[in-house]
Design a protein around this ligand. Structure first.
Ligand SMILES: NC(=O)c1ccc[n+]([C@@H]2O[C@H](COP(=O)([O-])OP(=O)(O)OC[C@H]3O[C@@H](n4cnc5c(N)ncnc54)[C@H](OP(=O)(O)O)[C@@H]3O)[C@@H](O)[C@H]2O)c1
Length: 247
């Protein structure tokens, strides 16, 4: 066993963008801990990484509050033999619809997973990273946190909170060696966007790239920010949206 091996916790690492991040980090020799609710998907993800020669563990969790976030963080630290070097706050839900049709339950669910869970994962893990003098946190946001889009008030606002949290955490933990950054994807083909069908292409057609991203294209940016090649990047929000927010 390599005791110097880095460990990364990727929430929602069992599907779409999160799984692509897990695969790419594992291919770089990083031990990945993937978290999600569905044990079948989790075990499949881990088995694929192991059969490619990587090190991976699955933790089944429903991220719904501070206590589930803190428990996941503690389990990841155990699996990482006392450390988690990289945290990727990726698990998210993205329902859309009119504000006047949004229920309180919708509101609670979106903010619990998209805001509260990352908040308390960072609360648990950033101090440990700071103690070791090094760490990287990458938050997954969205292009619709940067501009107003009809039907996206709930989702967009939850991710806008994440955009500010990235800067606040960069200020708070950066001086201790913990880099905190955001990746803001545009429309990306994943299991989560399958149901959008051609709607995803239509949304993507408005941007210069003119097409949806693959999960791997988003993961490239996440892995860059999570690893030492981005050693001087703190508090940034990297748009990986085919140019949508540039025009
Ligand atoms: N795809 C896009 O076009 C796009 C664009 C911009 C931003 N994003 C953001 O990118 C991130 C990933 O999106 P994706 O398209 O890859 O999503 P996805 O394919 O739907 O995957 C979501 C992941 O989150 C996990 N998850 C969902 N609810 C959870 C819960 N309550 N507790 C723990 N894990 C949970 C899922 O696993 P289980 O179902 O097993 O729990 C799954 O692994 C999200 O934050 C999303 O907002 C996506």
């Amino acid at each position: 066993m390599n005791s110097n091996q880095s460990t990364a916790l990727i929430t929602g690492g069992t599907s779409g963008i999160g799984r692509a991040v897990a695969n790419q980090l594992a291919a770089q020799g990083i031990h990945v801990v993937v978290a999600g609710r569905n044990a079948d998907r989790g075990e499949q993800t881990v088995a694929a990484i192991r059969s490619a020669g990587g090190k991976a563990d699955f933790v089944q969790t429903d991220l719904r509050d501070a206590s589930s976030a803190r428990s996941l963080a503690k389990r990841a630290v155990e699996l990482g033999n006392g450390r988690v070097d990289i945290l990727v706050n990726n698990a998210g839900i993205f329902p859309f619809g009119p504000t006047h049709e949004t229920t309180e339950d919708d509101f609670e669910r979106v903010y619990a997973l998209n805001v509260k869970a990352p908040y308390f994962l960072v609360a648990e893990l950033a101090p440990l990273m700071a103690e070791s003098g090094k760490g990287a946190i990458v938050n997954i946001s969205t292009m619709v946190a940067d501009y107003g889009m009809s039907g996206m008030s709930l989702y967009g606002s939850s991710k806008a909170a994440i955009n500010l949290l990235t800067k606040a955490w960069a200020a708070e933990y950066g001086p201790s060696g913990v880099r905190v950054n955001t990746v803001s994807p545009g429309p990306t083909r994943t299991e989560g966007t399958d149901a959008m069908g051609e709607g995803l292409d239509q949304l993507a057609a408005q941007a210069p790239a003119g097409r949806p991203a693959s999960a791997d294209e988003i993961a490239e940016a996440v892995v860059f920010l999570a690893t030492d090649r981005a050693s001087f990047i703190h508090g940034a929000n990297l748009a990986v949206d085919g140019g949508q927010t540039a025009v």
